[in-house]
Design a protein around this ligand. Structure first.
Ligand SMILES: Cc1cc2nc3c(=O)[nH]c(=O)nc-3n(C[C@H](O)[C@H](O)[C@H](O)COP(=O)(O)O)c2cc1C
Length: 186
């Protein structure tokens, strides 16, 4: 099983990273391979809305950046993990830019989706406010991956009460839950 994990916080080794790492620890116990990417390092130029992905002028995307190369790898993956901090009451900008680039998997002409349906996904949302405050961010991610892309939900973690980058360490139950989600992935 090939798994790709994307961390939408530019804060290295922060809470989102730690939860994603815990999921990956569980996944690796079953011998699956995981590649972790920090979205702030991908030089993602953002979707330009050029439509080349819809007219099939290109296989995935006409934008010349690292993200385009990753789209082929996403197409080949069995599961993707997306972790985001809550920034201004929503996913971080890095995460939103990433989601926009998945537009290539839509087929606007007949409102269908290619390649992604049936693949698994896991989400992580980390906020400063208590977790209940941003359930809507997790619901948004479920809408994108589960409803739009018809992917299979393999776990959602919505964690809160975190300001400093190590605050998640005082919530070991969340890290345990994350490892368990990873362990159950098959
Ligand atoms: C630019 C910015 C905006 C933020 N906006 C919110 C917010 O709207 N609501 C909230 O609860 N926390 C907010 N936070 C706090 C982060 O969501 C929280 O500290 C989270 O744990 C950061 O994840 P990280 O440790 O992976 O970077 C914000 C933090 C930053 C840096």
């Amino acid at each position: 099983m090939k798994v790709m994990a994307f961390v939408g916080s530019p804060r290295k080794a922060g809470n989102t990273s730690k939860v994603v790492d815990a999921i990956c620890t569980g996944i690796k116990e079953n011998g699956h391979s995981v590649e972790i990417y920090n979205l702030s390092e991908l030089d993602n130029k953002g979707c330009t809305g050029c439509g080349a992905c819809q007219t099939k002028k290109v296989e995935y995307c006409a934008v010349n950046d690292k993200m385009t190369a990753l789209l082929a790898k996403i197409a080949d993956a069995d599961c993707i993990i997306v972790g985001t901090p809550v920034y201004m009451a929503h996913v971080s900008g890095y995460t939103k830019n990433f989601l926009d680039r998945l537009f290539t998997f839509f087929i606007q002409a007949n409102d269908t989706v290619r390649i992604l349906p049936g693949k698994k996904y896991i989400t992580v949302t980390c906020s400063g406010a208590p977790a209940e405050a941003f359930k809507n961010v997790t619901e948004y991610l479920n809408m994108v991956f589960g409803f739009y892309f018809q992917m299979v939900n393999a776990g959602n973690i919505t964690a809160g009460d975190m300001a400093d980058k190590d605050d998640i360490l005082s919530q070991p139950e969340i890290l345990k839950q994350a490892e368990e989600i990873g362990r159950k992935l098959n």
